[in-house]
Structure formats: structure tokens, C-alpha cells
Ligand binder design. Structure first.
Ligand code: GLC
Length: 492
């Protein structure tokens, strides 16, 4: 039975894990990383997340392994199941009053944050500590807990108050913009001791910051690209936590995310009308023709098709894209196809632009996994603006699919896209376009640069193929995580 071996035992906790629940890249990484870690290293891995409705739609067999009567937000059960298409075990926090509601994972049907988000994710953290300390499964206690983003950031804080031998912790920052801030009065409800409410804990300008707690108490910190790791030490990108991060500099490393090559692979993708690879791109045109037909764009296979697939929010510069749409329509034959949900005014704006410009702009105000695959397969260019970007998976997926990305030169985008310039073109390394200024002019210049190369068929093909052949596998990143795990275990 699992646990009776000497293998390293890792509890990997996240608020979202693909394909069980997803709002963004966090979910993709929190399935593909633990799967790759288990495959490449000898690890006894256990996943943990909340039991949203969508999870029960995917996994139907669960065993109750514990009843926890006193969590923040009320009683809950822990359920043990197995991930689809793998033998990874997963523990679910089943607290229906907190997690089984209509609406999103973090927001209600009207886009408002759930008022009890702090209690919901504090419950997840308490439950994770119980499991990791060996108080749930008699045969399983964790050597290491791998926490992800603010929802799990109280785990290191709570552990620090546990007597005796405790698991070591690693905290991965996927996005510093979401911090889990709540009023200090909630301290008791969240099950936090008064003593932790200090400068050396989750206290942040008189409030409780989950994220700060994790940054202070975790044994090791990682973030999802080397460039973002550097950027967040500055006031421009540190989101008010640059001071805390500077103090933890020696324990912080940037590890560029990989991608799941079975889910994102145009050679075998079941969502596509035709499969293709770097050596044979013929079917990519078929994907484009199908999308033009199905999404009501003009049938024009030679027209440059620009695609966008991201949350409609300022981080992704969606506001600037909306602003420049009229100007983009002045570019001959240019077509735009996009998906995404987010800020209400942006949703309305893109829907209106699409209705006013049929045949040239197709906007679907929703996120669907199969649409994302079809867009990248059909697209010539992916537009991925960003005011900041910890890693940015969509441009990596796009490169895999031969959609050449235009990205802002920040964070993981800088690390994953090799910018087109004379030298990189000549050596066949160029895989996309980078721009500096987060402005309409910056974006337009980059789009014009891309369009000028698009008309040079041979160069364009070289850029596409360089992107398709880039190594975004988890091989290298998992070795880096494994090294951190081993360092932690060695001093446990
Ligand atoms: C967050 C970040 C994104 C990153 C993803 C996975 O969604 O915003 O940049 O790629 O997490 O780590």
C-alpha cells in the first residue's frame, strides 16, 4: 500500500486542478507538474483540492477518509479518489456549504467575490495540515507540502504552530496579484492564533494577508519563471510585497513552467478538425478554414488571423486591445477571433465590436477548453499582451500549435518566446514578437511588425517551426523541483 515505502511523500495542494476545476493556468500547472514529478522521480504524491460541483462530475468514486467537524465554515469530510487517466491519488475537501454553489470558484454569478473566501480557503489549509501531519490516514504523512498561490498560503503558518516533527513546505507563487486579504477581525474564525498577527506573519497593514503568511513561513519559495522571480523584488511588480520578498531572496527561485504535451499537442489533438506537426503544416490551414466557417469569419485562407484567448482583464491588456480594434480593422484583410470572460465592460465592448464587424471580428464571451485548442490551431498570430505575467502558458501552447505569439517583454513571456530580430531570424531561433511598452502604440507596432513578416512566407514558416520545436516539456523543471524537494527532505 502507498506510504509503506521510503519514497518521498509530497502533499500537493491547490484550489484548482485540471480537468476537475479551472479558471486559468494555475489549474494546468497543478495537474501537469505533479503528474510529471511522479513520472520522473520516485515520489509518493497526493493531490488535494476543494470539492466543487465540477470535480464530482469528473470523478465519481470517492471513499470517505475523515470527518472534520470544526473547520472554519463548519463541518467537512475528506474524500479520497483517483485522478482521471492516471493513478495519482487525490484528497477532496468536501464542505458543501462552502464549495458546492452555483457561480465560479471564487466569484458568484454576478462576478462578485464570495464574501467567505477567507473562511473557505482557511478550511482547505487546516484540512491539509491534518492530512499532512498523519492524523487522517494511518499510513500516510507528508514529508513535504507543496502549496500553490494564496488559497494554500496559510498552510505554512498553521504548521509553524504544530508541535513535534512537521513536514517541510514549498510555496509556489503563480500570481502575486491575488493575495487573499481579509479583515483582522476574522483571525479567530480562521483558526489563527493571535500571536501570528504580526509583522513576521500574515499581518499586512492592519489586515490579514494569506499570501504574506505563506511568503514568510514557507521553507522554500518558487515562482513560475526566472524573470518574474527577479521582477517581484521591485516595487513595479512586487504588488506591495517586494519588501517581504527581498528578505526571502535567498530562498526564492524562478522555475519556468512546462506544458502537458499530451493535452497540448497538435499531432494528436481530438478537438481539431485536422492534426498536424512542424514538418507537415497542411492541416493547420484546414483548422483555419473550419474556424472561419464555424465562427462566421470571411472565408479567406490567406488573411492573417489574429487570435486572443485570455481573461478579459487589465493584466492581459484586454482594455488596450479593445481600444485599438478600430485601427486594426484598417489593416487589409486582418481577422480577429477571441474567447474570454472577465470585466463586464470589456465583455460588452468585445461583444459589440464583434456584432458591428461580422466577418472580421468573432468574439465569444466564454472560455471553453476545446475552443482554446481550435483557436490556437487556426490562428496565425496569438496576441498576448500583459502588464505583468508570471509565466504565461497560452503563448507556449500557441508556439506548439504554430500560432506565432506577440507578447510583452515581461516575466515568463520574456523567458519562453525568442524575439524576432535579425540575428534570431538568421539562425532560425526566432519564435515570436516582443514589445516593451504596455500601450496602444506598443501593441500596434508589434502587430504591424508581425504582419510584415507574415507576408514573407519563408521567414514566417521558419518562425512557426522554431516555436513548434521548442522544448517546453516538464523534464527540466521537474528536475529543479525535485532538487528542492531533496534539499528540504535532507534537513527534515
Ligand atoms: C497564473 C499566472 C500565469 C501562469 C499560471 C501558471 O495564472 O498569471 O502567468 O502561467 O499561473 O503558473
Amino acid at each position: 500500500m502507498a506510504g509503506y515505502t521510503n519514497r518521498l511523500r509530497v502533499l500537493f495542494v491547490s484550489s484548482e486542478i485540471f480537468p476537475l476545476a479551472k479558471t486559468g493556468g494555475l489549474a494546468d500547472v497543478c495537474s501537469s507538474l505533479p503528474i510529471a514529478l511522479t513520472r520522473e522521480g520516485d515520489i509518493d504524491m497526493m493531490l488535494m483540492m476543494p470539492g466543487y460541483d465540477s470535480v464530482f462530475e469528473v470523478i465519481r468514486d470517492w471513499d470517505e477518509i475523515a470527518v472534520l467537524p470544526d473547520l472554519p465554515g463548519g463541518p467537512a469530510r475528506l474524500l479520497l479518489g483517483t485522478m482521471p487517466d492516471s493513478d495519482l491519488q487525490i484528497v477532496l475537501l468536501d464542505q458543501p456549504q462552502a464549495f458546492r454553489r452555483p457561480g465560479g470558484l471564487y466569484i458568484d454569478e454576478h462576478g462578485k467575490e464570495w464574501a467567505d473566501n477567507a473562511q473557505r480557503f482557511a478550511a482547505l489549509c487546516h484540512a491539509a495540515v491534518e492530512l499532512a501531519m498523519g492524523r487522517v490516514l494511518p499510513y500516510w504523512r507528508a514529508d513535504i507540502i507543496h502549496c500553490n498561490d494564496w488559497h494554500t498560503a496559510l498552510i505554512p503558518v498553521l504548521l509553524s504552530a504544530q508541535p513535534g516533527r512537521r513536514p517541510r513546505t514549498i510555496f509556489t507563487l503563480h500570481n502575486l496579484a491575488y493575495q487573499g486579504l481579509c479583515p483582522a477581525e476574522l483571525l479567530g474564525q480562521l483558526g489563527l492564533p493571535e500571536s501570528c498577527f504580526s509583522f513576521d506573519g500574515p499581518e499586512y497593514f492592519g489586515q490579514i494577508s494569506f499570501l504574506k503568511g505563506g511568503l514568510v513561513f514557507a521553507d522554500k519559495l518558487t515562482t513560475v519563471s526566472p524573470s518574474y522571480a527577479k521582477e517581484i523584488a521591485s516595487a513595479e511588480f512586487g504588488m506591495g510585497l517586494e519588501g517581504v520578498l527581498a528578505r526571502r531572496k535567498a530562498d526564492l527561485v524562478g522555475i519556468l513552467n512546462g506544458i502537458d504535451d499530451t493535452v497540448w499537442n497538435p499531432r494528436i489533438d481530438p478537438a481539431l478538425p485536422g492534426c498536424y506537426g512542424a514538418d507537415d503544416l497542411a492541416n493547420k490551414s484546414e483548422c483555419k478554414a473550419a474556424l472561419q466557417r464555424d465562427w462566421g469569419l470571411e472565408t479567406d485562407i490567406g488573411a492573417p488571423l489574429l487570435v486572443f484567448a485570455a481573461r478579459l482583464e487589465a493584466q492581459k491588456m484586454a482594455d488596450i486591445l479593445l481600444e485599438i480594434l478600430p485601427e486594426l480593422m484598417a489593416r487589409p484583410r486582418l481577422q480577429i477571433a477571441m474567447i474570454g470572460q472577465g470585466a463586464h465592460d470589456l465583455q460588452v465592448g468585445f461583444a459589440a465590436a464583434s456584432a458591428q464587424t461580422p466577418g472580421r471580428i468573432a468574439a465569444r464571451i466564454a472560455y471553453r477548453e476545446d475552443w482554446a485548442h481550435q483557436l490556437l490551431a487556426a490562428g496565425d498570430i496569438l496576441l498576448h499582451g500583459a502588464r505583468f505575467e508570471p509565466c504565461g502558458l497560452t503563448p507556449m501552447y500557441a508556439m506548439r500549435y504554430g500560432a506565432v505569439p506577440i507578447v510583452r517583454a515581461v516575466g515568463g513571456l520574456k523567458d519562453s518566446v525568442t524575439a524576432v530580430d535579425e540575428a534570431s531570424l538568421a539562425t532560425g531561433r526566432a519564435s515570436g514578437f516582443q514589445f516593451q511598452a504596455a500601450t496602444a502604440a506598443g501593441l500596434l507596432d508589434a502587430i504591424d511588425h508581425a504582419l510584415s513578416l507574415f507576408s514573407q512566407r519563408e521567414n514566417w514558416r521558419k518562425i512557426q517551426q522554431a516555436g513548434m520545436r521548442k522544448d517546453f516539456s516538464w523534464h527540466r523543471p521537474t528536475a529543479q523541483y525535485r532538487q528542492l524537494y531533496d534539499e528540504l527532505a535532507a534537513v527534515a
